[in-house]
Design a protein around this ligand. Sequence first.
Ligand code: NAP
Length: 311
Amino acid sequence: MAARLLDGTAVALQIRREVAPAVAAFTERAGRPPGLGIVLVGEDPASEIYVRAKLKSAADEGLRADLHRVPATASLADVLGLVAQLNESDAHDGILVQSPLPAPMGEDAERRVFDLVRPDKDVDGFHPINVGRLVQNRATLRSCTPAGVMEMLKRSDIAVAGRRAVVIGRSDIVGKPMALLLLHHHATVTICHSRTVDLPAVAATADILVTAIGRPGFVTPAFVKPGATVIDVGTTQVSDRAIVERLFPTGSKRREVFERRGSLVVGDVHPDVAQVAGALSPVPGGVGPLTIAMLLKNTLAAAELRAGANG
Ligand code: NAP
């Protein structure tokens, strides 16, 4: 039987519909909308798409979002200087620095930038203070993608408490916070990574399997317990025809998209998993829209917190 499809676009819309009146109420009270400053360094094509989507979604729900572009040739000091300005700005409640930063800025560039963002404006939830609060289950600004996954589970009536969850991927921005949120919702959590031995067997113990590694079609039916919920966070822009042909049959919708555009966004989950899983989040249209909805929610929360702290 085919898995129930978890419609991230619909859940995101629900969240955005809840955020919009609260944004209007804040604007009325504060005399200004909640403000989000987005910093984009360089011209990475995927980042351009994500940033455009974030700007549009924020504007659609009544927030003020502005884009601060920095050329790829700029120095790390320039980026840090811009973040310092946004930290001081009264009009900005949230700051988001789009990842990845250009490689020449150095390996620890992102960490240095995220460390500088004021914790109360850190709408990505990446600052060590917010990560520490997350560990203690008292975070107000939680990392958007994992928080979006939890909303998807909750609003799709998928129970978490007492169930076995496996997270594949241990990054600071997805895997680790995802595991912590599942833990705080009383799942029994295992985290897997590139050194995990017999990954398919470990993954197949999961009632809820979340994959966030960025390897197209990596998670095959062998990784999935029949009836399990599978959440696909992975998004990889694929232009290699051989990969697309391996995953999607001729005549399928995804193949048509590839033929038209010459590339395709592909998740970590192999399409055959739909025959084994009980519920499955698609790519695209799964976790992506939720990440943006949670960003808007976090920006509103940051604005309300700052307004409360200032008055
Ligand atoms: P990342 O920092 O590159 O981390 C990838 C993780 O995957 C690492 O922990 C790595 O293990 C693990 N991994 C890689 N290959 C593996 C393998 N063969 N077997 C087991 N584990 C493996 O990536 P990220 O930032 O967490 O992002 C992960 C994916 O999510 C990407 O596709 C990204 O585009 C996507 N993403 C989507 C959204 C959204 O809104 N939909 C948001 C954020 C990220 P090691 O630690 O052992 O190296």
